[in-house]
Design a protein around this ligand. Sequence first.
Ligand SMILES: [Zn+2]
Length: 412
Amino acid sequence: MMTKPAFDLVFRNAVTRASTAAVDIGVTDGRIAAIAPRLACEAVEIDLGGRLVLSGFVDTHIHLDKACLLGRCGHDHGSVSEAIAAVAAMKRDFTVEDVYARGARVIERAIVHGTTRMRTHVEIDPRIGLRGFAAIKALKRDYAWALDLSICVFPQEGLTNDPGAEELLIAALRDGADLIGGCPYMDTDPNAHIEKLFDLAQAFDVDVDLHLDFDLDPSWWHLDEVCRQTERRNYQGRVAIGHASKLSALPPKQFDAAAARLARAGVAVTVLPATDLYLMGRDATHNSPRGLTAAHRLVEKGVLCSVATNNVLNPFTPFGDASLLRMANLYANVAYAAVSEFDACLDLVTELPARLMNLGDYGIAPGNPADIIVLDTTSGRNAIAELPDVLMGFKNGRQVFERHSPVLFRPE
Ligand SMILES: [Zn+2]
């Protein structure tokens, strides 16, 4: 007699983005063990009724350490530099406990919106020292049951112009930081800033994720220098640039040339719709430019891209719920995505950011961790169009949350 395979858990009637018909997904020891229609097996069963499953959303760019600050600043901030100055003033008073509490609030929102992997940018400089970093390391450890957190340390207020910042960055890299970021436009010597970051990245063998630019003037930029350094160091596939709002200001010919340059250098681009929309184009009195780079157009031209959260409830972005599905929907709306491109928009918060972060074990496939979220819809296209609820989520095969559908009470 044939014995049925035993799984710890089996999802029945799941729609994956790769399958045209519903499949079953068997999970053993926290990993996906089998994917097939009507798996004959002994296991605890969860019937998904033809709903869409994903491996979770992947947020490549979020600032946990400066999230949830709205109640602390009494005035409005209209520009990038005003927002940076406002946070710089508050940062001196940040304690480990304070950063931890605000970060935990955002992480928990992200978890229940289906995020399973996240890269957070953490400010390191002589004002905050390593306090923010210590809090984020504790969050990484304490929420590992639900989310893989990758820590990108960076000097928000410059490097060559900020004595002590480099030593602190080195200390963080020695003490568990996963990668290094930077902000060349805040440095008095942007090229030296970029050079120094790549030196450190190579010395510690870590990836690079930069805040590249944050304005709409394409007459100057650091994009070429980043591509040049990437190629010089053989760092293709290990470098990402965030915002890159200047790309949104380019006419088609120059846009295509920039895309070709990025693709050739293997430099990825992260677009941050909430912040870019809120802070760009404010000089205009009408017909405002939106400052949002067309990520899905760059993807068509061979550039690896992601759409991410960036800021939540602070002077840079006084909105936010850490939902990447909502962010992809916002992006699709503002970027004029056609319905036929909605799947590409979902890719920007799932498969593509997983590649950007060089996550080799992401996706609904045998052998990968059973990181599985269930959306109350039937396809990737509908996920972007309808903003369905994320009904439940699993990390390494263990359920981490559940959301109940609303119930209508009709009159008798
Ligand atoms: Zn950022």
